[in-house]
Ligand binder design. Structure first.
Ligand code: SDX
Length: 431
């Protein structure tokens, strides 16, 4: 990267420091502060990284003001309507959409890695039947690192590629295993004659007592959910994966760290929390009680938030929420649920919130999580499994970001500093 110029920093003592400024393809310029401490003896201070870019990346671009999301330059609206999740995985991992031959090869490689070691079932049995699926997934994904000693060296590009294929291929199998275990049904093995999303639906819902019939509308909806959740720049879980992998640990352990971070209700856990919020409003009286709920949300003394609304980057509509809303209509119509009370309540809540000054002034719009839970519930996915589905989809983005970091010659182990405000140096006084 060549600097476009310098930013001049003038310190309290009048000393000035020139800091290089870089421009990207899109988005804000950056000020390179890597030498700031050496030149000034001072750190920057940015809890929550509101104004900090942690890396340069070629993978995903978000324009929060325009409500734009690009994967490798392609708008999410085009990918979600013209491509499938396997196209999107190839694009995120290798930088471009696959041609027919590349797609056949890629899908073939993923298909042939969908099974997991039989011992994984015994690891699963260590959990209580009512364990949260994200607790199970954090354990199972981390456990994968014990089964593939031939692909844990992060600094070997071939091993990074095979572990990428293994993780993308095995996440659906592990999520379905976690689900079947909690409901006491036998685990289904993957089938090589089914596409990625159809295979997952069958592993989730097939039972030995009956033939499983794939519903193409539901499979397409799930495939779109995977596309919309595949990557999202340097969000909390992706930053976790990058920081974890920067120590040189193996890809499975780094992705397990991403799963753990995504679980939080402020992040990937928001879709489960949004459904819980809608259920609470429904129970308290439904649409007639929305006003009271909104009042509680606006009350500074309450910790109630409108789950599925707001975003650190989007200060306009989250383009994924718009696409997810369309998918909602398609799925509910396909299932004859267009009068679904939860969906109708969500639409009413969205309309009221978007007209309320509190949300308008804070640029709080529905994010991807607001509608994804309703679609998943309509498809038959249990609420506690929503975030595990999010993790399944985001695995390819985490891996692409991890690989990009490791392949960057400038990368080094991440180690932020701090502003220390604790006790001054003192000696122990024997009492
Ligand atoms: C995801 O980063 C990503 O890209 C994440 C993600 C991805 O794909 O990886 O997009 C996925 O995590 C989507 C976000 C899912 N989370 C939720 O839906 C949970 C509800 N949303 C909030 O918790 C919140 O909006 C965040 C965490 C998403 C963003 O918070 P910020 O940017 O730190 O904003 P903030 O908390 O500083 O809020 C600014 C103001 C505050 O009010 P004031 O103190 O200024 O008066 O907006 C208010 C907040 O109280 N606010 C909300 C609100 N979100 C922010 N008020 C009510 N309901 C909300 N949802």
């Amino acid at each position: 990267m060549n600097p476009k110029g310098n930013a001049k920093l003038t310190l309290a003592d009048g000393k000035t420091v020139d800091l290089p400024v870089y421009s990207g393809t899109h988005g804000p310029d950056v000020i390179d502060i890597r030498k700031l401490y050496a030149q000034t003896g001072m750190f920057t201070y940015d809890p929550g990284f509101m104004s900090t870019s942690s890396c340069n990346s070629t993978i995903t671009f978000i324009d929060g003001d325009k409500g734009e999301l690009l994967y490798r330059g392609y708008p999410i609206e085009q990918l979600a309507t013209k491509c499938d999740f396997m196209d999107t995985c190839h694009l995120l991992l290798y930088g471009d959409l696959p041609d027919a031959a590349q797609k056949k090869d890629f899908v073939g490689r993923v298909t042939n890695h969908t099974m997991v070691h039989e011992q994984m079932q015994f690891f699963l049995r260590g959990f209580r039947r009512d364990a949260h699926p994200m607790a199970v997934m954090t354990g199972l994904v981390g456990a994968l690192s014990a089964f593939y000693p031939d692909s844990i060296n992060l600094h070997d590009a071939r091993q990074r590629d095979i572990s990428a294929i293994r993780l993308i291929a095995k996440m659906p199998t592990l999520v379905a295993m976690a689900y079947k275990y909690t409901i006491g049904q036998p685990i289904n093995y993957p089938r090589n004659d089914l596409g990625y999303s159809a295979n997952f639906m069958r592993m989730m819902f097939a039972v030995p007592a009956a033939e499983y019939k794939v519903n193409e509308v539901l499979v397409r909806a799930l495939d779109r959910i995977f596309i919309l959740h595949a990557d999202h720049e340097q969000n909390a879980s992706t930053s976790t994966v990058r920081l974890c992998a920067s120590s040189g640990t193996n890809p499975f352990a780094a992705i397990a760290a991403g799963v753990a971070c995504l679980w939080g209700p402020a992040h990937g856990g928001a879709n489960e929390a949004a459904l819980g919020m809608l259920a609470d409003i429904q129970r308290d009286g439904g649409v007639a009680k929305i006003g009271e709920f909104i009042t509680r949300v606006k009350d500074k003394n309450s910790t109630v938030r409108l789950m599925g609304f707001g975003h650190r980057v989007y200060k306009n509509h989250d383009p994924r929420a718009t696409l997810m809303r369309e998918t909602c209509h398609e799925v509910l119509n396909e299932l004859g649920l267009h009068d679904d009370p939860t969906f109708k309540l969500a639409m009413a809540l969205e309309k009221i919130a978007l007209e309320d000054e509190y949300f308008v002034s804070r640029k709080l719009y529905p994010n991807v999580d607001f509608y994804s839970g309703i679609v998943q519930k309509a498809i038959g996915i249990p609420v506690p499994l929503f975030t595990a589905i999010f993790a399944l989809a985001r695995t390819v983005g985490w891996i692409a970001q991890l690989n990009e970091m490791i392949a960057d010659p400038e990368y080094k182990i991440g180690r932020p500093r701090q502003l220390y405000v604790g006790a001054a140096r003192r000696d122990i006084v024997k009492k």
